[in-house]
Design a protein around this ligand. Sequence first.
Ligand SMILES: Nc1ncnc2c1ncn2[C@@H]1O[C@H](COP(=O)(O)OP(=O)(O)OP(=O)(O)O)[C@@H](O)[C@H]1O
Ligand SMILES: [Mg+2]
Ligand SMILES: [Mg+2]
Length: 494
Amino acid sequence: MSTQAAQEGDLAAVIGLEVHVQLETATKIFCGCSTEPTEEPNTNVCPVCLGLPGALPVLNEGAVEAAVKVGKAIDADIPEETRFHRKNYYYPDLPKNFQITQYDEPICRDGELEVSVEGERRTVRIRRAHLEEDPGSLQHVGGGIDSATHTRVNYNRAGTPLMEIVTKPDFRRPAEARAFLAKLEEVLEYLGVFDSQRDGSLRVDANLSIIPEDEIDDEGAISEETLADANRTEVKNISSHKGAETALAYEETRQKNLIRRGKGVQQETRHFNETHGSTVSMRSKEEEKDYRYFEEADLPPLQVSDWKERIPIPELPDARRERFEEEYGLDDESASKLTSTKQVADFYEDVAESFDPDLAATWVADNLLGELNYRDMQITDVEGRLDEFTRLVELVADDEITTKNAEEIVLRRMLDEGEQPDDIVEAEGLGKTGEDEVAQAVTEAIDENPEAVADYEDGDDGAINFLVGQVMGKTGGSADPGTVNGLLREELDD
Ligand SMILES: Nc1ncnc2c1ncn2[C@@H]1O[C@H](COP(=O)(O)OP(=O)(O)OP(=O)(O)O)[C@@H](O)[C@H]1O
Ligand SMILES: [Mg+2]
Ligand SMILES: [Mg+2]
């Protein structure tokens, strides 16, 4: 690295991610234990996931199917055959002292995912994605990982299917890494293989190095040599998108400062301190040879060539957003909101079937999602009430209740009290008064208030407001004041 460039300060960050996602399957990847989270430690366990001698793994077909779906979604190459390896390390989260993972024949290679960061589209290349087992979880007691007095182990998580998705170092800014994680989660949830609400379902190792900016060519590419030469740090086990961005921003500043002060960056593994938003050194980075990878002889190679055709995947968020724009004439903002999750998109399309797509979009994207968000609720909380919601929109579309009442009274009570829209309309007397009744009330108001009528006819325009008030009173407030005003003027201006 030229110190000249370093001193001038034109340094650039290079970032690559290793993302571990738990795949949603009923049972673990190599045994029949449940993956359902349980409070009681070490209950969802058996000889296989406890690594007892002589226990043999049996591959869960569901985990492979989920991995194939991910592979298709990221447009990866899925080979004819894939294999499992043992990655050896000694740490109490894995009682058999090795992790069954994949090595040089992973299930997916060379994929990509498009992300949009501040309106700019970028393609992030994915080097590989492979299947492995999750280790158990450790609970450090009396301090953090670096200061605990003792540690408890829980093997309920051990053997949960994981997919490790490794990107190429294609990010230049921490915010891009965060956007990628959000997009990845969105896609995984669309595929129905992932639950973002589950604790620890996504964990990230974030790699960052600093290179002189002039090592990046006009197309934004960096040579393999530059990448290999740059000392990078890997911040392990970050559990949120925001955490990944924070840890990377911290690393970027820390490494740039070291370089500007003429000091080198140590290639090492670091730990993210979420409370302080900082990273601390854990150990020098382990190298591949440390893991003594060898083939897992208890699992035969897996033939997956025809799985790609056999396993369908649903329409993904980008495609669906574009279709919503074309088919329903929605703008980019509404279409993005309405395709943010598969459940929201499905809900919208069900509502849009019966109404004008714009009205449906306003009701789902603005009113419903807004009220749900305010209550910390999800679309999945109201999925079963599609008919009721559709009825509410119908009441508005048919002009039976005012938009204001529908939003501020009916929808809110539906969510807060779980009541039916028609019952709320009835109980609150929100039904718009029929035309005849309003016309009748207008006539009465004019007959009963000759003074106000005279004032109006003498040019006192304010007198009309008094008459409007009289009509509103007679109709119990359910008439539309604008309409009443118009009707009164029609009568009086004759
Ligand atoms: N110079 C670099 N700066 C930042 N990130 C990098 C750099 N080179 C590679 N990476 C990223 O580091 C991650 C791991 O890459 P790679 O598999 O090549 O490293 P490794 O150390 O061999 O793997 P592992 O971390 O699994 O031991 C990838 O996400 C990759 O994009
Ligand atoms: Mg790694
Ligand atoms: Mg791994």
